[in-house]
Design a protein around this ligand. Sequence first.
Ligand code: NOJ
Length: 569
Amino acid sequence: MFRKLIASVLLVIGFCFTSAGGHAQGQVADAEGRQWWQHAVFYEIYPRSFADSNNDGIGDLNGVTSKLDYLRDLGVDAIWLTPCYPSPQVDFGYDVSDYENIDPMYGTLRDFDRLVSESRKRGIRIIMDFVINHTSDQHKWFLDSKSSRNSAYRDWYIWRDGKGPGRPPNNWLASFGGSAWKFDPQTGQYYYHFFYPEQPDLNWRNPAVKKAMFDVTRYWYKRGVAGFRLDAVDTLFEDPDLHDNPIRPGTNWQGLPDMINKYNDKLPEVHEVLKELRKVADEHGAVLIGETWTGDIEELKKYYGEHGEELEMPMDFMFTTVNKLSPSEFRRQIAKVESSGGWPVYVLSNHDITRSYNRYGDGQHNDAIAKLMAGLYLTLRGTPIMYYGEEIGMENNNPKRKEDVKDPIGRLGWPMFKGRDGERTPMQWNDEPNAGFSRATSWLPVSPAYPTHNVARELQDPGSVLQFYKHLLALRHQNGALLDGEYVPLNENDPNVLSYLRRYKSEAVLVVLNMSAAPHKVRFDLSSQNLSSATARTLLTTRRIQPQEASLRELSLEPFEVYIAEISK
Ligand code: NOJ
């Protein structure tokens, strides 16, 4: 109790400090030494698809502001806003043409400031997306760079001679199709792009680039931003000698040779930039989140920095690769990230990954499974990042015809890969036309599931996915063991039920997740944990009628049940 009181006092001080200076919110640790982001629930908003205030079919910042009460009531502490900077929208904002403004389709800087101040009133922080690897080809830096070999900005990007007519400098492939090199006939050289040709890579070896990009972060910190999610951070650097990448057997999603990105992915130099970027962030009390696609725990560990001096929150995407309800696979992944020594960051899906509702749903018990997955990643030690709509059980609405696809890689990969439109469809607010997202036709079609899965309806239904998220987030916010407790796996050989304790000082919370469609009975012997109680006091379950207590000697679980309980000594 005392701990919580101190934490709230410090938080209030943090907020006062912020509003006085108009700066980012200070890194105020609580009495336990926790930073705000360690206790926060993050929520990703894809602004095109959240709420459309001016009814042009595309979501906007005022739309987000209009939903802040909803987010506060849900239990959201920080919003990660995917890019809303001016952009030609080739990659829907991940091609930035001006880092210090807002695209008119989303609003104005004033709208942004209002979003920050209205969020702050509700205790919600704003995290911007920082597209750090590349700009748009329409950015003034690139336009200048491209204008002549003698441009002052030439070396802001990666320009190289080809190996001969029609032969790019090396064999590197773009992640979004074809060669990673585009020839510019005007200056007779190739430029490098890890993603689309309209997204030329910045040259991070140039100190002027570094300074300009660091200044961008300062600009937003001064506007009250509490941190950044760093886009595509793995690919900031390339081998200056441009060695060819090794090829492995098989083909990639485009039918091109499968390549190991040995010379243009996760180069060690990235860590130097992150350390420096972190210093700037620390001056402003801001947090850095990483889009870190790591293949193993050693790679993930590096992003925290040897002494925790790089990213506070590198996302653990390995968790999203467990695409089945497998207690043993989840146990393995959780143990790995726990072993990293860093603070885990859990994600179930995002604007690039098929929604969790589809990935885990069995077609019959999808809502129960959506609650089960919430019961998992919202009770683990670490910070969760939710994806908008996950809390109402939103599902993918994939395009049915190639001509409807908006995401360019979906057109390129059709029909094998349909792109990312499916996970980016409009938020479902109610059962009115366009799910209440907009009065105009929305830029992507609303999911046909919206009459049953929408905020308004689920708020009325005590058994809905949304209500379960709300209860769970409320519990998480006020339970010391769920916030700070260590993770202790239990019954590690159980093939159907994933169970663990969260232990914090004298508090212990038991989480039991039945990952199967059959009922199960489980038994817990917690004596090795110095817990002698034979009963558990229920905190939250997915059952219609909540038992006040349950026996640890024989706990009966319904199919896909989430059972969360307090254990006393
Ligand atoms: C990762 C972003 O999440 C994705 O949407 C984007 O297409 C690429 N980076 C390129 O910026």
